[in-house]
Design a protein around this ligand. Structure first.
Ligand code: PAF
Length: 288
């Protein structure tokens, strides 16, 4: 595996294989790799000829400077893990390569998919930072496919809207969330949890799983599902920033779980660590 730090070197490294017709995958990450990222890379490896992984802690998407400063940076360990899953090229640019002096081409979407939930909690700058850096990474690597985790469900939806609206010729692949054995969604932030916080954090998935059980049992009413999921969060002393049932496509509140796919999403601060998770809720065919 080769590591490159400039767009010029990235393009040069890809040019021969691209001219020979090879398919190129991009796995965008902010590093501190865990099995969730590695699953994206494994899937990319299985479906493409060349796999590029970007490792860039994007300052533009952090609303809180302390969160940006605390974000783990461990490129050497990331490189070893990336080699292990067959990444061909690691793109680890310095901030000036992505945002040179005078940079002003921000990419900003509109509507509930960017304004609700994460957008409302973290401010409009968050998704503006994500859509700007993703547009740039897609422009830099020009991949045939790019891989995103389902844990960041709203981000994945926003990225799909981005490539559709800007006619970017990259297929967006969303890969299911990878979980710890007790259900906690893998996240680079989990390592910041102390043992007591780690024990409480399982409440996030416990609440979501309970909602899944309820919908499999025929419950469709959002208010009933949200009260019960909220009760499970409270049992784990988790006060959510949001716990919401939304239409998976529009991100508008869903009153019921019906034939259209709905997402139940949660965000919460556990100690100093902010975690998010979600599950898809579907009504069984018999109650649609
Ligand atoms: O999901 C992430 O790690 C980031 O938001 C991404 C997509 C790499 C953009 O910085």
């Amino acid at each position: 595996m080769k590591t490159v730090r400039t767009v010029r070197d990235l393009r040069a490294a890809l040019s021969t294989q691209r001219s020979a017709g090879a398919s190129v995958a991009l796995v965008p990450t902010m590093g501190a790799l865990h099995d969730g990222h590695l699953e994206l890379a494994r899937r990319a490896r299985a479906e493409n000829d060349v796999v590029v992984m970007s490792v860039f802690v994007n300052p533009a998407q952090f609303d809180d400077p302390a969160d940006l400063a605390a974000y783990p940076r461990e490129e050497a360990a990331d490189a070893e893990l990336a080699v292990g899953v067959g990444v061909d090229l690691l793109f680890a640019p310095p901030a000036e390569e992505v945002y040179p002096p005078g940079f002003s081409a921000w990419v900003q979407l509109d509507g509930p998919i960017v304004l609700s939930l994460e957008g409302a909690q973290r401010g409009v700058g968050h998704f503006r930072g994500v859509t700007t850096v993703v547009t740039k990474l897609l422009g830099m690597a020009a991949p045939h496919r790019a891989y995103f985790g389902a844990k960041d469900a709203q981000q994945a939806r926003v990225v799909r809207a981005l490539v559709a609206d800007l006619n970017i010729d990259t297929e967006i692949v969303t890969v299911p969330t990878v979980r710890e054995p007790d259900g906690l969604a893998m996240s680079s932030r989990n390592r910041r949890l102390d043992p007591a916080e780690r024990a409480r954090a399982v409440g996030l998935f416990a609440a979501l799983r309970r909602a899944q059980q309820m919908t499999s049992g025929g419950e469709r009413r959002a208010e009933v599902i949200l009260v019960e999921a909220g009760r499970i969060l409270a049992e784990h002393r988790i006060a959510p920033e949001y716990l919401a049932l939304v239409d998976a496509d529009t991100f508008l509140p869903a009153g019921t779980v019906g034939a259209r796919s709905a997402l139940l999403l949660v965000a919460a601060q556990i100690g100093d660590t902010r975690l998010i998770d979600n599950v898809r809720l579907e009504a069984p065919p018999s109650v649609r």
